[in-house]
Each structure stands twice: as C-alpha cells, then as structure tokens.
Design a protein around this ligand. Sequence first.
Ligand code: URA
Length: 233
Amino acid sequence: MKLVKLIANLGYGSRKDVTQLFRSGRITDAEGEVLYADDVVPYETIRVDDEPLDPPPGLTLMMNKPLGVTCSRKDPGRVVYDLLPPRYRVRSPALSTVGRLDRDTSGLLLFTDDGALLHRIISPKANVTKVYEATLAQDLRGDEGELFAGGTLLLEAETEPLAPAVLDVLGPRHARLGVTEGRYHQVRRMFAAAGNHVETLQRVSIGALALGELPPGEWRVLDADEVALIFAP
Ligand code: URA
C-alpha cells in the first residue's frame, strides 16, 4: 500500500493532509531523513514528528474501562474512545469494542480492528468465558450456583434459556460469575432472577486474559501471545 494511504488510514488525516505532512518534511525515517510519498521503507522505521507510527492494522488492545463511560461511538456523553488517542477513533479498518460493558460496569474491555477475531471472541460457539465480580445488595441465598449452572434459567422477556454459568461465592454479598454468552445486561439480570440486585460489577477476565493491575482508564496494546490467551481455557 502507498505510504500516503497507509498513514491516512491510521487516522493521521485525509490523504491531502498526509501529502502535506510529507511536503513539510514531518515524515522521516528513524535517522531523521525526510521521506517522500513514493518511498518504500519498513513500517517500523517511519516517524511522524519524530514519533513511531501507531501500530498497523491487526491492532487489539485492552482497557480497564472506568465507571461512567459508555462503549458507544455516538453517545453525546463520555465514551471509551475518549480514553484513546483521537486518531484511533478514525482508523480504517475501524477499531471496535469487542462486545460492550454497561456505563455502570468497569473492567476488562477489548478493542480490535480485526473483524474475524471480534466474531470469534463474541460467538457463543467459541465458549470464551467472561468472568465478572459482583457486589450485591442482599446476602446470597445459597441456591444461586445451582440455578446459574443448570442451563435452564430463562431471563425475563427471553425465550432461549441461558447457557450454564459458574458462580464462585467470595463472601455473603460478593461473588464471581463466569458466563460464555453476552446478552444484554446479562449478569445484572441473572442476579435479579435470583431475587438480588447487583450494586457493583467489574469484568476481571476474558478466557485466560486477566485485567491484572491495569489502572482504571488505562489501556495497552496486546501482543499475539496475549490475544491467544483469550481462547485458552
Ligand atoms: N452483564 C451486565 O449486566 N452488564 C455488563 O456490563 C456486562 C455483563
């Protein structure tokens, strides 16, 4: 792909803007030699204003989504894309969230520009377990584990029962729940079906990829080994 198109697709501007960047000598190689639009050079040597180019397509990243931001692109309020460099919002191929977390849910959120990978992660067939940690308004009754594991729980207004889910009780009002689906408000509705109410909810892992110590609002690019962890049991 021509350099102008490649750099424009990363969100640095229109092709006209990028042509202007070349003309004004702001695109160089690692030694500071000015590059021209028809040069053919290795990706990793290209600098814009002395900074390496953003990662090429095939980008997957994880964020610790804070509370109070939505996963939508269009919401007029605070959105997860506001936490990324502005260029990432206009990349082509587009960088999308892998599923969504509610505004009031925090924790592990993935983004990718790889459509096939996105579908592999969210497809119920892939059986990727998403683990949520919840604090609850009332003490657990004791029968929730069995209810969620049964594969027969029907959420309000739905006709298809939920796939079995695994509950780990961490305290009287504190539990971890592993689900393989991603239905609307699923975890909150599951606890509601068990007569409880979720007060706080955080996603702590997807497959074997854990949120770890990433602070709220921070994000980082995943390497291929970390992406593979998503599909590891
Ligand atoms: N389940 C919910 O209820 N909310 C989320 O954000 C994710 C899963």
